[in-house]
Ligand binder design. Structure first.
Ligand SMILES: Cc1cc2nc3c(=O)[nH]c(=O)nc-3n(C[C@H](O)[C@H](O)[C@H](O)COP(=O)(O)O)c2cc1C
Length: 441
């Protein structure tokens, strides 16, 4: 996987969404001069919590953490749930390989996120919020600490925020460097001081019985960073950007075999082809496009024939893939897809928390079968075994979606690129690697 070189390109100059396009961190005075914290002032001064939730519902915003759940609907559930206290958790754990958007948003514009958290907390009635951020993100943690101090000094956080009765305390909570720790109920466990293990759901969901048994709103960093813009400009304004079913902009992390990898904010009316060729500048090292994982390792890869698919939740779902957290990984014709999927399956195997036997055993089985094929030791029965294992695992009850992600990439790769897996079987080697290391006698 290639390394992000740090390009950040604002493609919608007329849409001041997700103001993350500066390489420097935007300081509070700069943020204020750009209209920052006006959304919070409007929310506290002119709107009641119900009005804010209506505005977010009207916007059509869907969560950017992977599942695309309607944000306004989630807020409404938490606001309606009964509990002595309510909490908000901003998910900045960013464990999906190939995603760097949350870190970029925080590094460039921490106040946009803090303002979004404050508005959301007011709307659902939370007096305490957590920013749950990867322990690896030292620089972003320092930026957030400074941002929280500044916001408090200027009266945007703390006891009785001026001109309101609303009080809010935001705490930073470090997240272990584990993919499963980003799952929302594993997050509750970590915040309460226990190991990162997802809950069985139902009966309890964060919205009705989350942190410390209280209703809790969990939203991704990008989701919350959109909120100040929605409240300042109105839900109708937001709903008209991009496509009606996936409005707003999305922040894509483009990696892999492209000449110009980077983080691109685009509207969902953009096709995968445009992202790769217009913004990514095409394939590097003279390679020809072979495959793309438009939703990272947790979603099925797509083929050349599917390149004109629009990058939104429903269009990608329509072709059997998914947008996930918009980690778009491109493979040229000299990169082995079997080896790539083997790497993904190793990741899922190592990240499975071990609570659910189908996940623990299924991820090991998929990894071993793929390893056999990649090493040139597999036969056609192994390929059938992979397909059957995926079908079987899909029917199993597990606590979270980690297993589903592990299945998606393997099943999709074997279905859409079967000839490449078969060639490993027939050739008894991976043709992309030096023969001396792989030919088995
Ligand atoms: C294994 C696993 C890992 C996850 N990792 C993340 C993550 O790193 N960041 C994130 O925002 N959501 C992650 N999620 C999704 C969260 O559980 C949750 O749905 C999301 O934070 C809700 O935010 P949204 O409604 O704004 O999308 C993960 C889910 C699973 C199953």
């Amino acid at each position: 996987m290639s390394h992000i070189s740090g390009q950040r390109i604002l493609l919608h100059k007329d849409v001041p969404m997700n103001d993350f396009h500066s390489l420097e961190t935007i300081a509070i005075d700069d943020y204020l001069s750009r209209g920052g914290y006006k959304g919070l002032s409007k929310a506290l001064g002119e709107l009641n919590p119900g009005d804010i939730i209506e505005e977010v519902k009207k916007s059509g915003l869907r969560g950017r953490g992977g599942a695309g759940f309607p944000t306004g609907k989630k807020w409404e559930l938490v606001a309606a749930a009964s509990g002595d206290k309510k909490y908000l958790c901003c998910n900045a754990s960013e464990g999906e390989p190939g995603t760097f958007k949350d870190r970029t948003l925080i590094r460039s514009n921490p106040h946009q996120l803090i303002e979004g958290i404050a508005i959301a907390s007011y709307a659902i009635g939370a007096g305490k919020a957590y920013i749950y951020i990867s322990e690896k993100y030292d620089r972003e943690i320092s930026i957030l600490e400074k941002g929280l101090r500044e916001a408090k000094e200027r009266g945007y956080l703390g006891e009785k925020i001026p001109e309101s009765e609303f009080s809010l305390n935001i705490e930073i909570k470090k997240c272990p460097d584990k993919y499963v720790a980003g799952e929302e109920t594993a997050m509750m466990e970590v915040i309460e001081g226990r190991p990162a293990k997802p809950w069985q759901k139902p009966p309890y969901y964060p919205a009705n019985k989350g942190l410390y048994g209280m209703p809790t709103l969990v939203n991704n960093t990008e989701t919350l960073s959109n909120i100040p813009h929605i409240i300042s400009n109105g839900g109708d304004w937001f709903s008209k950007i991009g496509s009606p079913k996936s409005p707003g902009t999305f922040i894509f992390t483009l990696t892999g075999d492209v000449k110009n990898p980077g983080i691109y904010e685009l509207s969902p009316g953009t096709s995968l082809r445009e992202l790769i060729y217009n913004y990514g500048k095409g394939l590097k090292n003279g390679m020809v496009f072979n495959a793309a994982f438009p939703g990272g390792p947790s979603n099925s890869p797509v083929t050349e024939a599917q390149l004109d698919t629009l990058l939104d939740f429903d269009s990608l779902k329509g072709i059997g893939s998914g947008l996930g957290s918009a980690s778009v990984i491109i493979l040229g014709d000299s990169t082995c897809i079997a080896d790539t999927v083997l790497g993904f399956s190793r990741f899922f195997m190592e990240e499975s928390c071990g609570q659910c036997p189908p996940c623990q055993m299924g991820t090991v089985k998929l990894f071993r079968l793929l390893q056999k094929i990649e090493d040139g030791n597999g036969d056609m029965n192994d390929l059938t075994n992979i397909e059957n294992t995926c079908s079987f695992l899909k029917g199993q009850v597990v606590y979270c979606h980690l297993l589903k992600g592990a299945i998606n990439s393997v099943e999709g790769a074997v279905k859409n690129f079967k000839d490449e897996f078969e060639s490993h079987v027939h050739e008894k080697k991976c043709i992309y690697k030096a023969e001396s290391t792989l030919i088995k006698t």
